[in-house]
Ligand binder design. Sequence first.
Ligand code: LLP
Length: 416
Amino acid sequence: MAFAYRAGQLCAEDVALEDLARRYGTPCYVYAQSAIERAYREFAAAFEGRRALVAYSVKANANLAVLALMARLGAGFDIVSGGELARVAAAGGAMDKVLFSGVGKRESEIAQALAAGVLCLNLESEAELARVEAVAARLGVRAPIAFRVNPDVDPRTHPYIATGLRDNKFGVAWDDALRLYRQAARLPHVRVVGIGCHIGSQLLDVAPFAEAAARLRALVEALAADGIALSHIDLGGGFGVRYRDEAPPSPAEFVRAALEALGPRAETIVVDPGRALVGAAGVLLTRIEYVKPAGAKNFVVVDAAMNDLLRPALYGAWHEVLPVREPRAGETLTVCDVVGPVCESADVLARERRLAPRAGDLLAIMTAGAYGMAMSSNYNTRPRPAEVMVSGATARLVRRRETVEELFAHEVALAC
Ligand code: LLP
C-alpha cells in the first residue's frame, strides 16, 4: 500500500505525511512513486507477448517528474496540446511514442508535432485532415495520421466524462470513417498509420470497452479490404479506479477482453490510461484551519479548496478523506463537510464524513493523483499547491509552491 498508517501516522511509502506538511507546507500534493510504477507495470504485463504501447495520458498529471518517470518505464504519451508536447520533450519522453489527440489542434501545434517527429496525429474531423495535409505540405513532410472514430458505445460513466457517444464533440462519426480514410490515403502529405477511439473515463465495466474494440476491428478489416493497412490500433484510456466502493476491473481484465474482441492481429495495440496510472498514487494534503459547528454537522474549513482539487465541485466526485493522525478507537466522530476558503458554495471537498476534526490537524484527500493538480487554478488568487514525490524514505519537491507575486507578474496596472 502506497499510503498506510504506521505507528498512528498516515505515511506515503516510508515518509510520514506530517513530516511533509512541516517541510513543504499545505496544501500539498504528495505522490508515491512505487504506486505509479506498479500501475504501469500492470498494464505492460497485461500485454505480455503482444506488440503494444502503453501511452500515458498526460492530461491526468503533467508534472515533469511524473512524465520523466513514465519515460524511464518505457511509456508512450497521449497528448492534447503543444504545451503537453513541450512538457514530454522537457521530461525526456520519446517523440516516436507520442500520440497527439484533441478536437482543436492549431496550425502551430500541428507543425510543432510534425517537427518533433511524433508517432501519430489523431484526427477528429475532415477539416483537420485538410489542415494537416496543408501544414505537412508546407514543411515538406508526410504526416503520420490516425482517425479517432466515435464507436457510439455507451460507456456507462458520468455524462461529463463520456466521450464515445454519437452526440459528443469527439471523434469522427462511425459512418464517415471509411470515406475519410479513403480520402486520407489519396493525400500526398499524410501517411495513414492507425485508428483510435476513446469511449469515456472512469470505466467500471469491461463490456463497453470490448464492444468498442470489436467495432474498431470491423473497421480495420474493412480498411484492409480496401488496401489501407494500419500499424496500430489505439483503444483509448478510461480505466476506472476505486474512489469509494467501486470495484473496477483490473488492467489485465480490460486488456484481455479487448484483445479477445480484436482477435489475432498484427497491429501494435495502444492504450492511453491516465487516471489508472496516477490516480491512487496521489493525495492532497491539507490542514484544518477552523471547525465551524452548524446545527447537526460541522464545517471543517481546510486550507485546500476547489481551485486545488476541482473534481468534487465539477463532477460531484467523491474522494475519501483520512485524518493523518490515526483515529483512536472510541473517538467521538461527528458528521462534517470538508470545505475550502473559496467564495463559492460549490467549494466543498467532501460532504457528510464522520471525522473528529481539530483545528491544526492534517487531512489527506485520497486518490487525487489524477486530474487534481492538472485541473487546478489560481481562482481567488490562491497559489497552487506544492507537489512532492516520495520514493521509499526519500521525499523530493517536484514543484515548489507559487508565490503570490508570480500570480500577477504578467499583469499591468494601468496608471490612468
Ligand atoms: N485518451 C483520450 C483520448 C482521452 O480523452 C482521455 C481522457 C484519456 C485517454 C485518459 O482517460 P483516463 O484513463 O484518465 O480516464 N477530468 C476528468 C477526466 C477527463 C478525461 C478526459 N479524457 C476527471 O477528473 O474525472
